[in-house]
Structure formats: C-alpha cells, structure tokens
Write a protein that binds this ligand. Structure first.
Ligand SMILES: Nc1nc2c(ncn2[C@@H]2O[C@H](COP(=O)(O)OP(=O)(O)OP(=O)(O)O)[C@@H](O)[C@H]2O)c(=O)[nH]1
Ligand SMILES: [Mg+2]
Length: 296
C-alpha cells in the first residue's frame, strides 16, 4: 500500500517508528520529497555528534555504551558502513553490537549499506540527519567508516566530533592524517584495559598542550562502560557551551551550506546519468546538463 506524505507527517508527529523509517528510505531515494516532508515537520535541535577513528578502534562499541547510559533521552544512530568485500560482515557487526538497543523506544538505529563517492559519507546523510531532528531526538550519533574522506567530512554535519584512538592501533598519533586532529572536539582513548592506553593519553595531552589547545582527552573502556559517563558529561557540557557562545549557530549555518552543496551534487549526478554516455563533446554535455537542470 502506498503511504502518502501527509500520512508520514502525521505518523512522525505521533512518534510512529514505521512512518519515520519510511521517511528515512525516502531520504535515500528521493531527496526532493524528503526535504519537502521535513520542511512540513516540527524540528528540534539535537546534539549531532560524529564518532570517528580507525577501523576496529571501538566506534560501534562506544555508541552502544553511550546508548546504555542514556535511557532518559532519545538518541538516533546513523552508522555509515562500507559494503566492501573484506569487511563484508561489518555492517552486521555494528548492528549486533548495538542490537541490545534495537527494541528501545528511545533509540533509532539506521545503517547505510554503502558509503558515498570518494569514500565520503553517504550523499543522503544531510536529509537523514534533518529527519532525525523531526523525530524529537536529543542526540544523533554518526559513526563514520574511519577511512577515506568520511572522517573529515563528518565535521561538515556534526556539532561535535569525537575522535577515538586505541593503544592497539600501533603508533596511532604518528599515523593520523593531519586534518583529522584539527577537527576533533573531544578525544577518547579507548580500550583502557590495555595498560598502554595511559601513555597514549599522556602523549596526546602533550601534543594538544603543545598546540595551545584545550581539548578533553577521556580514557574509556567501551566494553565495561568505564569512562563513558565522563564522555557523556563532556558532550553535554560542550553542547551547552557551543549553544551559549554562538558556535552552534555558526555550525548550523555551515551545515545548511554543505547540505545544499551535497543536494546539488546529487542532482547533477542524476542528470549526468541520463545524458547519453557516448557523447564526446564536453560543451554539448554541459549544454544538455544546463538545459535539464533549468527545466527541473
Ligand atoms: N579490550 C577491549 N576491546 C574493545 C573495546 N572496545 C571495543 N573493543 C573490541 O574491538 C573490536 C572492534 O570494536 P568495534 O566497536 O566494532 O570497532 P569499530 O571502530 O566500530 O570498527 P569498524 O566499524 O569495523 O571500523 C571488537 O572486537 C570489540 O569487542 C575496549 O574498550 N576494550
Ligand atoms: Mg563499527
């Protein structure tokens, strides 16, 4: 049975999970319709948090631990997971790690089967994130794939970026790309059951101090939940601070810009796919693109 946009809107307003799931599917298949539906719904500013870090560092586990300690609030999870052959089970793995919360009415988990172009975030991430804000979420956690561009791109959408490191990743600090250190608002040294985590934390604090910055470094064990309350406290106090000092408003303005950029790129991609692939004259392709773009 075809469900109308008005039915979806009414359903979401009365917190119906099926209607919300339908909106999330529309975000992926038809961004124009998704934006139209979202604009007709009430929206609440959720704290959008990007969780990034190398594969296997514990991103899904820490999200699971955050969910366990957030029973009094509504939390959405967006897991952007690769469908690459060597990590075939990763998507399933993330689901399993968060499964204990799958029936929790205050939690909604959405996994993407594949990431976007150039290893970045899925192109529908902005619509999906906006959609979560129509579903009365207090917090939206975005797990990146931790490779390619997705871990720096997440700063375009998140209010706060949490970078996870772990002592079993070799010399993680040495290996880290320059850009990723710049975007972190909170560091977590995960796997605190490994004694080497203490020296990793000390080393990281030294680097942050040397850079003249004041960024919290939290030691955590996402299996036992140790340190996760400290992370939640750090997140909450940052959210209060950025709302008070104007950072939040600036970030949200930028998010609209990046959303527009992603929306337009997607639109152009769709049109390009409809232009005859045997055409070899770039000018002709451009003219065709402009014609189709203007007629939409
Ligand atoms: N000892 C220990 N193991 C941990 C901890 N946190 C996570 N792990 C383990 O590390 C492995 C990877 O954890 P995930 O949560 O799947 O890591 P991830 O960063 O989401 O991994 P990808 O999504 O594949 O990039 C799993 O076997 C976890 O059980 C921790 O604090 N201590
Ligand atoms: Mg994961």
């Amino acid at each position: 049975m075809q469900i109308s946009e008005s039915q979806i809107i009414n359903g979401i307003s009365s917190k119906d999970r099926k209607s919300f799931a339908k909106l999330l599917s529309i975000c992926e298949s038809d961004p124009v319709a998704a934006n139209r539906i979202i604009s007709r719904l009430q929206r609440k500013d959720a704290h959008v948090v990007g969780i990034t870090g190398s594969p296997g560092v514990g991103k899904s586990s820490i999200i699971n631990a955050i969910l366990s300690k957030s029973s009094n609030r509504r939390v959405g999870v967006i897991a952007v997971d690769p469908s690459s052959p060597f990590s075939g089970g990763a998507l399933l793995g993330d689901r399993i790690r968060m499964q204990s919360h799958a029936t929790d009415q205050n939690v909604f988990i959405r996994s993407f089967a594949s990431r976007g172009a150039l290893g970045g975030l899925s192109p529908s991430i902005f619509e999906v994130c906006d959609a979560f804000e129509t579903f009365d979420m207090d917090m939206v956690l975005i797990e990146t794939v931790g490779v390619g561009q997705s871990d720096t791109e997440v700063a375009n959408i998140a209010d706060t970026v949490v970078l996870l490191l772990s002592p079993d990743g070799g010399d993680e600090i040495q290996m880290m790309k320059a850009g990723i250190m710049e975007i972190a608002d909170i560091f977590v040294v995960n796997k605190s059951d490994n004694p080497a985590s203490i020296s990793l934390k000390t080393k990281l604090e030294g680097i942050i101090k040397f850079g003249g910055k004041d960024i919290p470094v939290i030691l955590a064990n996402s299996i036992t939940g140790d340190g996760v309350e400290d992370l939640i406290k750090a997140l909450d106090s940052r959210f209060e601070r950025i709302k008070a000092d104007g950072t939040f408003a600036t970030k949200r303005k930028k998010r609209v810009f990046f959303h527009a950029q992603s929306f337009l790129r997607r639109k152009i991609d769709t049109i390009m796919q409809s232009i005859h692939s045997e055409e070899t004259d770039i000018e002709k392709i451009e003219k065709e693109l402009m014609k189709k773009l203007c007629s939409k």
